[in-house]
Design a protein around this ligand. Structure first.
Ligand code: NAI
Length: 263
């Protein structure tokens, strides 16, 4: 295995807050040339919840890197009971990664990753998941709107992450990714102490529900740097053979929730 210490060009979405910010800070500290993408307070300001915003993000990143990119790590996401959760979390990841893939393919040691979630292991709103995997965003958003209208909007966030994990297994081993030498992986965090978590765990009752839904026997809730370090390794030159995997950085939640016999 050969690695080099030359600065790498790395695009990080969601770089203004939480996990994305922790990762961007970490990569900059080790000398990488980080292009942060976010709604505000970023090198590239773009709304990844819209096709136009994604195209603009891809264009701006390519412009800054001269069309060659060493790594892309998609951290931007929202957790809301509305169809926008599907637009940002699923299409904002898959379209951005696909858009930047040709630039990755031109790099010497390209890598890609995104942030999934432990809740992506839930099998909810299958009609939304199928629509996502079909790649038809207007149709997926219409199905998501129907789910929200029925009062089941809480299923949209886990559905977005479930669809991402399935998309990962479909595309990571194709000619476009593995065949082009690009490992593509995800992390699946449990509870991470970021502004997103603070917004959904305001009351004692909400915190109790989160505790029950995501049991973390190993070291409890994580700081964003914990997840960032896993992303850093997955997208480092050291990772030559891990692809298509969701690495659960969840204090054991995946094992507790899925049981000992799932291997
Ligand atoms: P955060 O809210 O601190 O950061 C998310 C960032 O994404 C923000 O800077 C926000 O502006 C950006 N963003 C949101 N919508 C965007 C859009 N349309 N276009 C561009 N940027 C946009 O949240 P956190 O916790 O750091 O979340 C990062 C990722 O981790 C998300 O994908 C989230 O689903 C995932 N995650 C978080 C967990 C937690 O407990 N905090 C647990 C499991 C997964």
């Amino acid at each position: 295995m050969t690695t080099s210490s030359a600065p790498r060009g790395v695009a990080v979405t969601g770089a203004a807050s939480g996990i994305g910010k922790a990762l961007a800070d970490m990569l900059r500290a080790q000398g990488d040339d980080v292009i942060g993408v976010d709604l505000e307070n970023a090198d590239v300001r773009a709304d990844l919840g819209t096709p136009v915003g994604r195209r603009e993000a891809v264009r701006a990143v390519l412009e800054r890197t001269g069309g060659v990119l060493d790594a892309v790590i998609a951290c931007a996401g929202i957790s809301a009971r509305v169809p926008a959760t599907i637009a940002v979390n699923y299409f904002g990841v898959t379209e951005l990664l696909e858009g930047l893939r040709p630039a990755l393919a031109r790099a010497r040691a390209p890598r890609a990753a995104f942030v999934g979630s432990i809740v992506g292991t839930k099998d909810v709103a299958p009609e939304v998941v199928e629509a996502c995997l079909a790649g038809d965003e207007p149709a997926a958003l219409a199905v998501a709107a129907a789910v929200a209208d029925e009062g089941a909007g809480g299923a949209l966030y886990p559905a977005s992450k479930n669809a991402l994990a399935r998309w990962l297994r479909r595309v990571s081993v194709t000619d476009e990714w593995a065949g082009a030498g690009i490992p593509l992986n995800a992390v699946g965090p449990g509870v991470v102490l970021t502004p997103m978590h603070a917004a959904v765990a305001v009351t004692e009752e909400q915190r109790r529900i989160v505790e029950q839904a995501v049991p973390m026997p190993l070291n409890g809730h994580a700081e964003p740097e914990v997840v960032a370090r896993a992303l850093r390794w997955l997208t480092s030159e050291e990772n030559t053979h891990v692809t298509g995997q969701v690495l659960y950085v969840d204090g054991g939640a995946e094992v507790v929730l899925r049981g000992p016999d799932r291997v």
